[in-house]
Design a protein around this ligand. Sequence first.
Ligand code: XUL
Ligand code: CO
Length: 437
Amino acid sequence: MTEFYPGIPRIAFEGKDTDNPLAFRYYDPDALVAGKPMRDHLRFAMSYWHTMVAEGTDMFGSGTLKKKYGSADAMESARNKAQAAFELMDKLGIEFYCFHDRDIAPEGETLAESNARLDEISDLLLSLQKQYGKKVLWGTANLFSNPRYAHGAGTAPDVDVFAFAAAQIKKALEMTVKLGGQGYVFWGGREGYETLLNTNMGLELDNLARLMRMVVEYGRSIGFTGDFYVEPKPKEPTKHQYDFDAATVIGFLRHYGLDKDFRLNVEANHATLAGHTFQHELRLARESGFFGSIDANQGDLLLGWDTDQFPTNLYDIVGCMTEVLKAGGFTRGGLNFDAKARRASNTQEDIFLGYIAGMDAFALGLVLADRILQDGRMDRFVEERYRSWQGDLGRRIRNGEATLAELERHALAMGDVAVGSGRQEFLESLQNRLMFG
Ligand code: XUL
Ligand code: CO
């Protein structure tokens, strides 16, 4: 059998003192953290599009790492690509993958041809999954690359485009079910607008919800019992995306009655593009009952676009893993590396080094987040800060029993209130001590 990544061994855990770049320093899949193996906490997934497809193009330059997998024929290349994907996951010890329909099989001349290609490649993927013991974390449809979606897909002004998008999602969902995926993602690639001058916002939002409702109904009818996710992003490729951030999406889902079937797939780089931290988006998702899955990457705060870098920033990762632990872990979701090596990191080895960097950073982040939670001082501080809500008055307000007039009487009787310190600097220093000893 052809080896697509010759010279790359299976990556093993060697501990933090190893000098071997092709080894894990922190990710020891079987090591127990809070009573559970690391691999079950982290549920790492490979993104098919970045890892198997994207060649490192940018607005100014062509690909720097070709990914033809030994054939100029699109379908043969797709078959080889599938083999390569499983070799890569096997070597990295990654259990899951995520895909768009067009990542796994190239689009044909007609929808029928594209669908036949998906049927063929999904047969191959299914047998490779069995052979290697791998699973799909989630599937999705690419509704943004083809020029037909230039004005949007579910939010297109043209009803024929809407129908095309619906048909494409139907097939992508069928493929997800066939491959045993427990998640289906809606990322609104072009569901937004460039200018309000040509946009009927009300109709577009209603139509997007209509499409999602049809997808849920169809999914449940073909036995999809998993989670649907929306992946918020504020902009790029459109100027304004409707799924702006977690708060906007949660409001949308509740407004249209989709909240029972949908959760969020929170991406770090999308959070910062929306002016939030990664942890903010995850906290809101968790507190609102929409915690689902995560696209693990990081952006560059000095750039205004989605750089999709492999995540290594420990403060952000500790914040993320704190939310995951507090949510009680993933149920059907996981950590999908929606990340790519930089354009100048142009070797196959760089792809592996990117994954190793990300997986090690998340393993370490998991250990540190658990340490902070076990220590308990941070949580106790927050609990203490809200102590008064446990008293009589606090309880009456929480139970909806207090009235404005009663609160006025209370305030009039008090004179003034002396408030305590938020102790932010102390907490930041404590966090450093807990993380770095
Ligand atoms: C784009 C992005 C997508 C989604 C899947 O910014 O994050 O790759 O994750 O469509
Ligand atoms: Co993403």
